[in-house]
Write a protein that binds this ligand. Structure first.
Ligand code: HAM
Length: 444
């Protein structure tokens, strides 16, 4: 017997060789899309700050119970679409499907009720819903939004709508439709739902399978069905506006008067309900004008939520807010066209041949960059031809060339790309030389 038996290593089963793919409903946001994202980001946070909002970031993972209690157990989002799991410590957690619940939680957790009210918060980040993917509907999508906590003033609802309208105009999406409605308080809604259920029970046989379930589980969502036969039934359904008590009616009238005063166009949609349970009174959605009738086309949605903070364990604090879907805004911008890249286009290309020239070029790159020049290069290439090709494609004004001769002479070649004229310039003086040239040309 040999002293050491040779260990036998079981072969791991061979995995099929294929490249890894992004998860279904998830997507990469590639460099070519960033001009849209940058425009939306810059415009949103600039406006948010001008309107007095402060930024908040909440975690992407939260206790599952937070969303069950706020968004609602019977909603599609909570009952079907959450990415939920038990972590190694046994906690039930979920990737956030939206941010309002987290912000209400944070308001309580961080004692924001003791701050001067209302508290005005802005946010931006990814949300997760396990929906059936299609154009404009993803499983990871991005939202920005505003929440105003600690006031029930109708003027806030109007100002939030004014904000979205202003945001859309600012990014060049003037053609939008803003739908508004009131879903009343808990009291008026309960009475309305009874009436709605009575109406739909008579129509049960004409309902689609989903609506049959909605009838018992979440009747307000019956008003949201996009199936043609169900849509016909919606047109004759009772309208919640007829069930509003005096307080809710006055609150809603006040919102509409503010909107009229601000000359913001809106469409009163008496059947507008939202897919989350926490709403009370004002609700609204924003659509690109040409897609108002399509499902999955709302670019933003929101409304008032009066009982949520209390439900999550805080003192009573009415609140109102909205979130906008960034991918959907990008889609609308792409369809419209005309968004230009805010990225500075380079006006100088730095070409080099040989190791020593590479080092000199690296140093010069830093010097030019720190002096405000926008410099392109391809330090990984050695051949002059490919570097000059790149410089040509970039349409730069000047190409700077350092080869072995220039290294020895302490010079650099400055080529005017338009005229093709080439000058030999002292390496130490090239910065001043370029500054003068640019001044003469009226750019830098
Ligand atoms: P929401 O209507 O569920 O409301 O979502 C707001 C927006 O997020 C939608 O109008 C849409 O643009 C975008 N969105 C939703 N789901 C997807 C998806 N699967 N793929 C791409 N975009 C999507 C809320 O989330 C509430 N938190 C709004 C709110 C804030 N209410 C009060 N404060």
């Amino acid at each position: 017997m040999p002293r050491f038996a040779k260990p036998t290593i079981e072969k791991a089963p061979q995995e099929p060789r294929r490249s890894s793919r992004v998860l279904k409903g998830f997507r990469d946001i590639l460099p070519k899309e960033q001009k849209y994202w940058n425009l939306i980001y810059d415009t949103f946070f600039k406006l948010a700050s001008e309107y007095g909002f402060e930024r908040i970031e909440t975690p992407i993972l939260e206790e599952t119970s937070l969303f069950v209690r706020s968004v609602g157990r019977q909603t599609d989002i909570v009952s079907k679409e959450m990415f939920s799991f038990t972590d190694a410590g046994g906690s039930n957690i979920s990737l956030r499907p939206e941010a309002t619940a987290s912000i209400a939680r944070s308001f309580i957790d961080n004692g924001m009720q003791t701050l001067p009210q209302p508290v005005k918060l802005s946010y931006w980040g990814p949300m997760f819903r396990r929906e059936r993917p299609q154009a404009g509907r993803y499983r990871q999508f991005w939202q920005f939004g505003l929440e105003v906590l600690g006031t029930d003033a109708a003027v806030i609802d109007a100002q939030l709508i004014a904000f979205i309208s202003e945001f859309c105009t600012s990014i060049g999406l003037e053609d939008i439709v803003i739908q508004v409605n009131s879903n009343g308080c808990k009291g008026c809604r309960e009475e309305y739902i009874q009436e709605l259920v009575a109406y739909y029970k008579q129509q049960r046989k004409n309902l689609c399978d989903d609506c049959k379930k909605r009838l018992t589980r979440n009747p307000l969502r019956l008003l949201d069905c996009k199936q043609p036969t169900c849509k016909e039934l919606i047109d004759k359904a009772p309208q919640i506006l007829d069930w509003l008590d005096d307080d809710c009616k006055n609150h809603f009238m006040s919102v509409l008067e503010f909107l009229d005063g601000l000359e913001i166009s809106y469409v009163l949609n008496p059947y507008l309900v939202r897919g989350l349970d926490y709403y009370t009174q004002t609700v609204f959605e924003v659509f690109p004008a040409d897609k108002e009738q399509q499902s999955q086309s709302a670019i933003a949605g929101g409304g008032r939520y009066s009982g949520l903070v209390e439900k999550l364990g805080g003192q009573e604090a009415s609140a109102s807010g909205f979130s906008a879907g960034i991918e959907r805004i990008v889609l609308a911008l792409k369809e419209k066209g005309g968004v230009v890249d805010a990225k500075k286009t380079p006006n100088i290309f730095l070409a080099q041949i040989g190791e020593q020239a590479k080092l000199k070029s690296l140093k010069l790159f830093e010097k030019l960059r720190k002096n405000g020049f926008s410099v392109a290069e391809n330090f990984s290439k050695d051949g002059l031809k490919s570097q000059l090709e790149m410089s040509n494609n970039l349409n730069v004004k000047y190409s700077l060339i350092i080869g072995q001769k220039e290294v020895l002479d302490g010079t650099i070649l400055v080529r005017d790309m338009e005229s093709g004229v080439q000058e030999v310039v002292d390496y130490e003086k090239v910065l001043d030389d370029l500054k003068k040239k640019m001044e003469k040309n009226g750019n830098s």
